[in-house]
Design a protein around this ligand. Structure first.
Ligand code: KIV
Length: 274
């Protein structure tokens, strides 16, 4: 059995599994999930990690940014995903405003994600500024995934969704933050929209896995927003999104067929009636 298939056969992916995959050089595949039906398909397809991302604020609720989504809404999405999953590790984003205030509030939010939502781990954006909160959460037994680079909860500080850490000062800060997050006990770190060479260097320096999105091929794993890679979103076209399907077109065609059949009274037929 190859190393690759031995991980595919793991009945339940844990934080230890993703570390073992990184150590064995087996890429970790992560996608976002927000609802039961999609999560069931993604889990059955063999996705290692399902991220209940605060990108739900964009793709599920139609907000312009990830900022408005609430803890209660993230709990609702996570509960739906957790009910669907047999194998994948479920990681939930702590939403904006629920962990930056103080470490006690951060711990309280993380505990709600584990206890009420049933998540297996939480994800938090930021470096030095959230390290104390991460330590407190990890110390209480909750696994934390970090997130550096383009952190969408800080979009109003950045003012743009451009690639981060292209200058030496910000690249150095990212290197330092990555080391701090590892020391604080994070089990992995998402690197979003940073130069591939920097992500490769950070991945090489760390002992925990990195998961890249717009961060090149040398991360320990990759993540995309499911709605983007399936082509359900059509107006978001950054270079890092590869579209594996064009579901917006498929759905539009299917709905056109339905409308046509209803309007021409070809649906339902006898076999579809009682
Ligand atoms: O919220 C999200 O979907 C994310 C991924 C893009 C990493 O944080």
């Amino acid at each position: 059995m190859s190393t690759q298939s031995s991980f595919a056969d793991v009945p339940r992916v844990t934080t230890q599994t993703v570390q073992e995959m990184r150590d064995a050089g087996v890429p970790i595949a992560m996608l976002t999930a927000y609802d039961y039906t999609s999560a069931r398909i993604l889990d059955s397809a063999g996705v290692d990690v399902l991220l209940v991302g605060d990108s739900a604020s964009n793709v599920m609720a139609g907000h312009e940014t990830t900022l408005p989504i609430t803890v209660d809404q993230m709990i609702y999405h996570t509960q739906s995903v957790v009910r669907a999953v047999d194998r994948s590790l479920v990681v939930t984003d702590l939403p904006f405003g629920s962990y930056q205030g103080n470490t006690k509030e951060a711990l309280y939010t993380a505990i709600r994600m584990m206890k009420e939502a049933g998540s297996h781990a939480v994800k938090m954006e930021g470096g030095a500024g959230v390290v104390q909160a991460i330590k407190r959460i990890v110390d209480s037994g909750i696994p934390v995934m970090g997130h550096l680079g383009l952190t969408p909860q800080s979009i109003h500080k950045f003012g743009t969704y451009k690639v981060r850490a292209t200058d030496e000062e910000e690249a150095n800060r990212l290197r330092e933050d990555a080391a701090l997050l590892q020391e604080a006990g994070c089990f992995s770190i998402v690197l979003e929209k940073v130069p591939a060479a920097l992500a490769a260097e950070v991945t090489e320096d760390l002992e925990i896995p990195t998961i890249g999105i717009g961060a090149g091929i040398h991360c320990s794993g990759q993540v995309l927003v499911t709605h983007d890679m399936l082509g359900l979103t059509t107006d978001f076209n950054p270079r890092f999104v590869r579209r594996y399907a064009h579901l917006a077109e498929t759905i539009t065609d299917a709905v056109a067929g339905y409308l046509n059949d209803v309007r021409s009274q070809r649906f339902p037929d006898e076999s579809e009636s009682y």
